[in-house]
Design a protein around this ligand. Sequence first.
Ligand code: AMP
Ligand code: ZN
Length: 448
Amino acid sequence: MLKLYNQLSKSVEDFVPLDPKNVKIYTCGPTVYSYAHIGNFSSYIYWDLLVRTLTLNGYNVNRVLNLTDVGHLSSDADDGEDKLEKGAKKEGKTVWQIADKYIDAFLKDFYALNLSEPTKIARATDYIDEDLELVRTLMDKGYTYTTGDGIYFDTSKFEHYADFARLDLEKLKAGARVEFSSEKKNASDFAIWKFVRPGEDHAMQWDFEGRPGYPGWHLECSTIIHTELGETIDIHTGGIDHIPVHHTNEIAQTEAAYGKKMANFWLHCNFITINGEKVSKSLGNIYTLSDLEKRGFSPLDFKMWVLQGHFRGDRNFSFEDLTSAKNRRLNWRNRIAYAYQITPEPTFSRETALELVSNNLNSSELLAYIDNSVLSLEDWEFIDKLLGLDLIATTPKVSSDILEKIKAREDARATKDFAVSDRLRDELADKNITVLDTNIGPIWQYLA
Ligand code: AMP
Ligand code: ZN
């Protein structure tokens, strides 16, 4: 039985999907105004593990990931500049060019991490008509009011607004007194549609009732979920930053408009930190996957590092720990190389492995179990399905040419022709291969 920590009940629950065979998942995706960093990708690695665990538990997964290419303002509330518009100005490009550029970069990294392909990748700007339908529904149902800068959701009309994040609305009100626009009725009210004001430079805009505007950030997720997955989904995922504002607002909009529960399970990953500080674009302490590659680490080394911890745990990133993760991955590859050469007597149970990770995605225990067991090639294939580390594909069998060199080196050693055996050892090392002389004969391994 799969167990997951659910933000709705703030506890670990047995996972029971709405349909016994099919699971519907939505993941809040990146805002595509600059390169995604390792913090962002840690979240997609956890959700990849979630999808793989569900699949191996026998479910068909229907998963949608969105790409935010409009409406995410520089503060998660409704102030500041649209991140895409800001990015476009900074790079001297159009907003559409910026979105395309960073979507391409994101997907390239996404596939380099061998993250399972979502059923649908949905771009926010492809859903403007549906956004406007939702805006109209909320207006018709009396949940909104209009100010000089947009159409706002009146959170006081949604009874359970504070529940999801256990918000203290009084405190929020006191804290925001100075800042929030006098036109807003409550500090927690949020824009579902923003107007482009005369003279405002906002390239992405659509007409609504004769006025140009664009969707509020939270709206797209409610719209995309309703359009692509229907009412009530099984699991909604995001980062912990989403709990108090973004997801709280998604729930308010969706449940007010459709009168149905939005999602049964809400999973949030903790932020990874560097030297105790959260990794974020605004703090400037970010690494991208290509930064890691420049230092000799593959995306899969990073994936291993993420899988060594838990999605709700405190994770401090360091190159020292990344090196250990890399070594673990290389060690596992060489255990596969070993399994090509000698048929080992397995001690590993796939059932136990799946049980470990089904316990609230506890991959670190699974990793320790793999370290301490003997796996057959079929077991390694199973691990590849479960963890997506591409272990078998990155451990090719050696060519006949290399096997001949290994044989020739053995022969040279047998006749004590060390000049030849040393030369062959060096030639093998050039091909990234080393040979261990064991009591059952020579065993080849990859050097790195
Ligand atoms: P954004 O592109 O800012 O909308 O973020 C994309 C995803 O990455 C969201 O789910 C965030 O919660 C998540 N995220 C951002 N920074 C971090 C971090 N340091 N650690 C883990 N997840 C993060
Ligand atoms: Zn979202």
